[in-house]
Design a binder for this molecule. Structure first.
Ligand SMILES: Cc1ncc(C[n+]2csc(CCOP(=O)(O)OP(=O)(O)O)c2C)c(N)n1
Ligand SMILES: [Mg+2]
Length: 345
């Protein structure tokens, strides 16, 4: 496995970031890419029932996560935010354990990592983020929430209600849409009336911007600005990061049935990792030794996590009854007793 090299690197980036930050972005994005490949392989080997690849969205995810204040802010992910988890230093064996269906919502600690449980309900993380953000504001705490959602999710009622509510109460939230052009097999033009998710922000009286989602520097700058605004009490904003889902929707999907391979090829040429590499090389911020070392480290980390998740012991079956409700109901206790009796037979 090696880092992608583009036919046409599109090396321009908007905004500036320090060379050290650019190199950090590169390392994290590359690790996410290689770990993603390992995860797809684990599904093919039958270790994961299913997996949802983020290939192509590394810049949008790493750039947005890196803008968060890790002590105070909180990320509310969908099912496709593995690179956000990685950038926030989530325990990645615990994160991927959810794809092995070992436990509900992941075996990592959301409070420590400031990364909420994986949410497979389309649009679901968005009202959660608003509720959490409003709680911060009512307590007088400085945290901001970032709500991850897709172009498909943008047509869910939950997302509109959450945006309106957040704007009315000036909740410190960044609505971060990764417009990867597809909602499973449904393209943008069958999903997003008017063609712009950012433009919807105006209807809720908040700023909305579109950024090149394959430009990690542009994404980072846009999210940082939206977080500053939210933290200052000026309320929420919408960022639409235009990117592309390079792979299938999930390991169960075959995009060859519904999209043009030429479209995929055009986006592969704008690969965010290759593009960042071109910037680093152009500006003399990294040499061959750096890229070799980054690749070696990323590969080793991906393999360590892969081996960790494949050999993780399943938690005790009884844990399926915990955390369903804060206080378990009598019915749930009865089910737990019945399960224990059967398991002990
Ligand atoms: C409420 C709800 N409706 C439908 C689904 C089935 N579903 C899973 S993913 C998906 C498409 C989502 O597309 P998008 O929001 O663009 O996110 P992406 O998968 O592209 O990251 C759908 C319809 C679901 N999980 N939840
Ligand atoms: Mg999508």
């Amino acid at each position: 496995m090696s880092a992608p090299r583009p036919a046409d690197p599109h090396p321009e980036t908007t905004g500036t970031a320090s060379p050290a930050l650019l190199r950090d972005f590169y390392r994290t994005m590359l690790t996410a890419r290689l770990l993603d490949e390992e995860a797809v392989a684990l599904q093919r080997q039958g270790v994961f029932p299913a997996y949802v690849s983020l290939r192509g969205q590394e810049a949008a995810q790493v750039g947005s996560a890196a803008a968060l204040d890790r002590d105070h802010d909180f990320a509310f992910p969908t099912y496709r935010e593995m690179a956000v988890a990685l950038a926030l230093d989530v325990d990645m064996v615990g994160y991927l354990a959810s794809h092995r269906a070992l436990w509900h919502g992941g075996l990592y600690d959301p409070m420590r990592s400031r990364f909420a449980p994986i949410n497979a309900v389309v649009g679901g993380p968005v009202p959660h983020a608003v509720g959490w953000a409003l709680g911060e504001r009512l307590r007088g705490d400085p945290g901001c929430a970032i709500a991850y959602f897709g172009d498909g999710a943008s047509s869910e009622g939950d997302v509109h209600e959450a945006m309106n509510f957040a704007a009315v109460f000036a909740a410190p939230v960044v609505f971060f849409c990764q417009n990867n052009q597809w909602a499973l097999s449904v393209p943008n033009d069958r999903q997003v009336a008017g063609g712009s998710i950012a433009a919807r922000a105006a209807g809720y009286g908040m700023p909305g911007v579109t950024v090149d989602g394959n430009d990690v520097v542009a994404v980072h700058a846009a999210v940082r600005e939206a977080l500053e605004r939210a933290r200052s009490g000026a309320g929420p904003s919408v960022i639409e990061a235009r990117t592309y889902r390079l792979g299938p929707h999930s390991t169960s999907d075959d995009p060859g049935r519904y999209r043009d391979p030429d479209e995929e090829r055009r986006w592969r040429e704008r690969d965010p990792i290759a593009r960042l590499r071109a910037v680093l090389e152009r500006d003399g911020h990294a040499d061959t030794a750096f890229f070799e070392e980054a690749e070696r480290e990323a590969g080793e980390q991906a393999i360590r996590i892969r081996d960790g998740v494949s050999s993780a012991p399943p938690p005790g079956g009884e844990e399926m009854f915990t955390h369903v409700y804060r206080e378990p109901t009598e019915a749930l206790r009865a089910q737990q007793r019945a399960w224990r009796e059967e398991a002990e037979l």
